[in-house]
Design a binder for this molecule. Structure first.
Ligand code: KIV
Ligand code: ZN
Length: 390
């Protein structure tokens, strides 16, 4: 079924699971800008929304379907006919439509959310997939809270929905509960125990409540899943979803995993900024891959190493993710090497400067200010003669 068994399909849900964050709602034009950028990034699937949730969300799926033509456009539903009818209508113009339907699979959800039984929920799952199949060929099924579901029951449910026509089976760790080993083992269990599993793609969809979303997604992929569901900057409900940029760069950095995506990684940093601005969600400075400090070196030991050879303290080339170059930040923890680097960059002829003496003056200033910028350096060097310029 898959041409390349090591290809990982990237399913972006920034516009659906990501947009559920309070205060981050997007207008249809904003969704289209992000959708086009996701297409340029090379994602395989864009989950454009949950059409039954509001008229605005319905319209966004309609408009996005008209203009974003390369990736599959997916719409979310619960396991009921009304939701599925609505999603099918919203996807009417999509070139490659997918309906994403599903239901809770853990006893916690079955008992407290649905006040139902395992048997009845399984029947509803099958019915929803069969119903969605009348509208589109590509139907993805999600087994909500699969992270906490009983594996034997989950396997029965997955086997039944594949038999009903599901093309992708999504195994969400909805509450970010699992450990990587547990989640990986769950995917392996399904691979080994669901008879018809090779007729569908297994998707991993992890939340970050324990900070394990990326690790869990990778564990799932290592154990046979071939679709990863994620968001730009890891935005999403509560602690967020798996961060697209993290999972993609893990796969790129660890070639030994022999798993690859179609993502043009040079678009990652610019798109992170666009999503952050439009969704009014600042990116934490130490966020892996796209945070302001992800490629900034501030301690003397690290700066000295990086200036000698970039790879001493950088496992990713910043250019690969769309950042021009790493930064050497000048603070009171910086060493002579970093100061020399910046002075040379500003045009000073180092061999004509007393570097030790300048460094002592620099430290006094750096103790006062948190960070020394070019202006501060120029002021610090103000009394240096013109001849000290190259
Ligand atoms: O986290 C989750 O379980 C979901 C499903 C609706 C796919 O977002
Ligand atoms: Zn989710």
């Amino acid at each position: 079924m898959l041409h390349d068994p090591n290809r990982i399909f990237v399913f972006d849900t920034t516009l659906r699971d990501g947009e559920q964050v309070p205060g981050s709602q997007l207008t249809t034009p904003e969704k289209i800008i992000i959708g086009e950028a996701l297409q340029a990034l090379g994602v395989d699937v864009i989950e454009a929304g949950f059409p039954i949730s509001s008229p605005g969300d319905f319209q966004s799926v309609v408009e996005l379907s008209k203009v974003v033509r390369e990736p599959i456009i997916c719409a979310l539903t619960r396991a009921n006919k009304g939701d599925i009818d609505c999603a099918a209508a919203a996807l009417k113009h999509a070139k490659r439509p997918r309906i994403h339907t599903g239901i809770g699979s853990s006893d916690m959800h079955i008992k407290y959310k649905f006040n139902s039984t395992r048997e009845a929920i399984l029947a509803r799952a099958v019915e929803a997939v069969k119903y969605a199949k009348q509208f589109v060929e590509d139907v993805e099924f999600y087994a909500e809270d699969a992270g906490r579901a009983d594996n034997e029951y989950l396997a029965q449910m997955i086997e039944a929905v594949i038999a009903a026509g599901a093309t992708v089976v999504n195994i969400p760790d909805t509450n970010g509960y699992c450990l990587p080993e547990q989640y990986g083992a769950k995917i392996r269990f399904l691979k080994e125990n669901v008879k018809n599993i090779d007729q569908a793609i297994i998707a991993v969809h992890c939340h970050n409540d324990l900070g394990l979303a990326t690790a869990n997604s990778i564990a799932g992929l290592q154990n046979g899943a071939r679709q990863v569901e994620c968001t730009i900057n890891g935005i999403g409900e509560r602690a967020g979803n798996t961060s697209l940029e993290e999972v993609v760069m893990v796969l790129k950095t660890h070639q030994s995993l022999n798993l690859h995506t179609n993502i043009n990684t040079k678009h990652l940093y610019p798109l992170s900024g666009t999503v952050s601005r439009m969704m009014r969600m600042p990116v934490q400075p130490n966020k892996a891959i796209v945070g302001r400090n992800a490629f900034a070196h501030s301690s003397g030991i690290h700066q000295d190493g990086v200036l000698k050879h970039r790879e001493t303290y950088e496992i990713i080339n910043p250019e690969d993710v769309g950042i021009d170059q790493s930064e050497i930040i000048l603070t009171a923890r910086s060493g002579r090497h970093a100061l020399k680097h910046h002075l040379e960059r500003l045009g000073y002829a180092i061999d004509r400067i007393d570097l030790d003496q300048t460094y002592q003056r620099f430290l006094l200033l750096a103790d006062e200010k948190k960070e020394i910028k070019d202006d501060d350096l120029l002021r610090l060097m103000g009394d240096e003669a013109e001849t000290n310029f190259k």
